[in-house]
Design a protein around this ligand. Structure first.
Ligand SMILES: [Zn+2]
Length: 359
């Protein structure tokens, strides 16, 4: 089934189901980046067509996935927030997400300059979480920033609210804790969070909000290839966007995929996420760029679905027997998930304890 056949609004090279332009630049949402500090499992990469490029960045490794697509996969040690990438479709250059670190986004700009003759014409934002959005601040109005209607709405509501909170946060406590901390990992985490908060507060920082939105799907036609976008309601978030190049079998999944780690359920809906993944599995692709983690395949979407079903079932059972679902431990899961390490497990359980009570 081709989801993209039904769109009729024609603008040269850009075909969207619903197109709305907005010029106002406003701020987006922060999910404190610590949340996304997921350890990355370096599984064996069976992608013989993928080439790791000799690009020097302390934030990410750069891979050439196909004729037109490049993936920037966050390094474990200097995690930059969400993975990102870019696609050169001949006469246009499309970036996918912009990381949660302005310096990482600068490296992404350098990578584009090194491997393409085009400037970024479009940035597609996969969802409203700040660890994918910070780098938009580097681009002026010559770069169009696109996302789904729902994601823009989340940026304008939840995002602005959280942004305000982070701007007015007192940093003294964090700065003090840094003086007494001896654990290297914790020091790094606090320093990263401080950098993040100080970036937001600095006078010359101005986050750009998407100025083109679409309701269901959108296609950008280049002279080499075409790039499709489609949205999902209530999955990882309400309005997640995937970017798909059918001719090359490449998929950018945003945070619909946390490859080999606990996916953050708390901004969306577990059932919606499972059905989004089932639709994605029907698409024809050979490699997926996850929002977090290393390059992935369809099996990773199936595994993530298994995890979501399992954690929901475990939590439901606890609630049924009058027990506390937040007491579920890693050891209660199937063997595939035993090596997954992330504070997101605890957060997912807290979220489900509330969410399942309501539903
Ligand atoms: Zn996210």
């Amino acid at each position: 089934m081709n989801f993209f056949n039904n769109y009729s609004l024609h603008i040269p090279n850009l075909y969207c189901h619903t197109l709305e332009s907005r010029s106002k630049l406003i701020y987006g949402k922060i999910i404190i980046r610590k949340l996304f500090q997921v350890p990355i499992l370096r599984k064996f990469m069976a992608f013989d067509f993928v080439k790791k490029l000799d690009f020097d960045s302390e934030f990410f490794d750069l891979y050439k996935l196909s004729e037109s697509a490049y993936a920037a996969i966050s390094k474990e040690k200097y995690e930059m927030g969400g993975n990102a990438g870019f696609i050169d479709i001949g006469d246009y250059l499309i970036m996918i997400d912009s990381t949660g670190d302005v310096d990482a986004a600068k490296d992404l700009q350098k990578a584009v300059a090194q491997y393409s003759e085009n400037e970024p014409n479009f940035i597609v934002i996969t969802h409203y979480h700040m660890d994918h959005l910070m780098g938009t601040s580097l681009f002026d109005v010559s770069t169009q920033i696109m996302t789904s209607d729902r994601t823009l709405r989340s940026i304008q509501t939840e995002g602005r609210k959280r942004f305000k909170e982070f701007k007015s946060m007192d940093l003294t406590e964090m700065e003090e804790s840094l003086k007494n901390e001896t654990d290297e990992q914790k020091i790094w985490e606090i320093e990263y969070d401080l950098k993040f908060l100080k970036t937001i507060r600095s006078e010359n920082f101005s986050l750009r909000e998407p100025n083109i939105t679409f309701k269901e799907g959108c296609v950008i036609h280049g002279d080499k290839s075409s790039v499709q976008m489609r949205t999902f309601s209530k999955a990882h978030t309400d309005g997640d966007v995937i970017v798909y190049i059918p001719e090359e079998g490449i998929l950018f999944a945003g945070d619909l995929l946390f490859a080999n780690n606990h996916p953050w359920l708390g901004s969306g809906d577990p059932e919606g996420w499972i059905s989004a993944n089932n639709e994605i599995i029907e698409l024809d692709f050979k490699v997926a760029v996850p929002g977090h983690g290393t390059l992935a395949t369809k099996e990773d979407f199936s595994l993530e679905n298994k995890y979501i079903r399992e954690i929901v079932d475990l939590a439901k059972k606890k609630i049924e027997t009058g027990e506390d679902p937040t007491q579920i431990k890693k050891e209660d899961f199937s063997s595939e998930f035993q090596s997954w390490e992330s504070p997101i497990l605890e957060m997912n359980l807290k979220f489900l304890a509330e969410f399942l009570k309501k539903s």
